[in-house]
Design a protein around this ligand. Sequence first.
Ligand code: SF4
Length: 225
Amino acid sequence: MSLESLQRQIVACRLCPRLVRWREKVAKEKKASYRQEQYWGKPVPGWGDPQARIVVVGLAPGAHGANRTGRMFTGDESGRWLYRALWRAGWGSQEASVGREDGLKLENVWITASVKCAPPDNRPTTQERDRCGDFFQRELRLLTSARVYLALGGFGFEAVARFFGLRPKPKFSHGVEVGLPGERWLMGSYHVSQQNTFTGRLTEVMLDRVMQQAGRRAGLSAGKG
Ligand code: SF4
């Protein structure tokens, strides 16, 4: 199986009735400011450089971000923070990520989430998490050049820890690093959600430091400015 065929399977998936209903309801009702837009309203596959050394792992698509644009972390404030940081690290070809056809290219980085459909209140159930975990695990297996799994938030962190069967379960914190077999690393960062960025819990400096840390562990340089 290739990443492309996995992406196609993900986009066609309707296995979780609650999430299918929710993502399609959001896509139909829309946010007032996006009323003229056609929402994606389907599962959102990961994307980026298939040879990525760093895999960024979020929780799930945002209702009016990735669920609208069809590209992970694209079209909302969280994504604005993430892609700007990737651009500053030198791994994104442009600062902004606004839609699937915006010309953005990622080098050395793959962006995904452990659940592929937008959940109500950003909270998938355990059943939904496990069901989508099959896609997530297949995706990680196909990213054979990955050296660092950078989880944004505890949910993605636990998903990667589960994938590697880590015991005891490592504790999530900002900047944490956990060694994995094959000279690979699981790293944690506070999520780029507005809850963290608006309150100053996560600053751009903190995010840049985590990117630099990830770059070092992955054998890449980070930082163009
Ligand atoms: S969350 Fe995953 S398993 Fe559930 S419908 Fe979406 S893509 Fe399918």
